[in-house]
Design a protein around this ligand. Sequence first.
Ligand SMILES: [Cu+2]
Length: 508
Amino acid sequence: MTTLTRRDFLATTAAAVVAPATMSNVGRAEESAIVLRAESRTIEVNGKAATMLQISRPDGVWGVTTEAGRRYRVSLENHLGEPTLVHWHGLMPPYQQDGVPDVSQPALEPGGVYAYDFPLATPGTFWMHSHFGFQEQRLMAAPLVIRDPAEAGLDEQEVVVMLHDFTFRDPDEILAELRAGGGHGGMDMGESEADAHGEMNGGMAGMEMAPGGDGDTTMGGMMMGDTTMGGMMMGGMTMDLNDVEFDAYLANDRTLADPEVVGVEPGGRVRLRIINAAASTNFFLGLGGLEGELIAVDGLPVEPVRGRRFPLAIAQRLDIRLALPAGQGAYPVFAYREGDTARTGIVLATPGARIERLADHAEHMAPPVGLDLERRLAAARPLAPRPADRTHVIELTGSMKGYIWGLNGVTYDNHTPLELRAGERVELAFRNRTMMAHPMHMHGVPFQVVEIGGERFQGAMRDTVLVPANGGRVTVAFDAVNPGTWVMHCHNLYHMAAGMMTTLTYLG
Ligand SMILES: [Cu+2]
């Protein structure tokens, strides 16, 4: 007799049409490439149809789930009427396979096919998304989960949740409007910006700033009763949030009006893999009444942190373990938009559980995402202690006025590559000179967060870190082990499109 784990059971029942990756077909899976198609699709949001994009597979599987130790063998086909290119967010490919147009390789023309083939060393929750134009805003993203073979025997149900911010509008039009000063619900973001915010958000004045001048807040879990949009007054400083007003927030392509309901067992163990694939939205992940254990951020393990609510900046991931209560029950997993009442989510439900209608707005506004959690995180597998051979200070620059964003005062069009040499320990010291927080993402290798607000510590390994507004300081360290040219950019898609990107180039 063989013992069926919960994962095996779910794989064989829920996905009967698709052969699960069992020991018998692992070899074959390595030999043939996975076909990924860039194509358009129609989805319905709030009862209205919209033409969006997707990365799909002929076998109907969503995204890629594989195992560390295998090779990533993928054939990307462009079935769109426009060029595309897909970035494997969090993986460490050779730079030519990193999926950034004109940096890694030319964009893939309509009808074209590109092959990818490189080893997968690190398990974790990663994702894939278009790095071409605004295709990511048009929902061209999918999960990329690399399981740890050492965890294959765990009696644990994997639940992947991908979050999106959704708009019926053309993202190019949104950017044009932001450039014309029409962001933040039509507020004038010109010279009287601070005044306008002060007036609108007077109730927020007096909010305490965290010590160390890192621009972060100390609000912890408190919710705010303020219902204005856009900016917030924080201890006398104005902070901009949420440049774009979206039409909906999606969890696995659905809103809370018709959420995905995932069947779970009473008393079962669940591993949530949460992916923030939003173009321009930071969220808080809320577990309702349940307490979870955060075990990885951006796919990379951390010393476990227990909690009911965890921040998730744009492009970041959270792996959370849940032990469900015994007996019947329905357990919503919410994502709350920062500085807003909007929320989305899925529901975990045992067979026969009553599922109540969930409102797509919370009672209270969620606070801005900050670094309260980041300060508490410690990598389970940190970098070896070592002084930096090279430090690049990177000022995050720009403003809502004209909607021009840059690094060290220049946009991507005018950037000078940051240099490094193979074998070096490199540090990037981010200094935020703007009124918005920026989720900074580096391609090629993960980094470790080693300083927040002037305080050194051994933080999490990640690929995306939020640098708080108004003088926020965060330093990350990495070992330069993947030669080539790599982009480093703000993962707010509109900021990146407006110039907040540069390259790192290995010398020699
Ligand atoms: Cu940004």
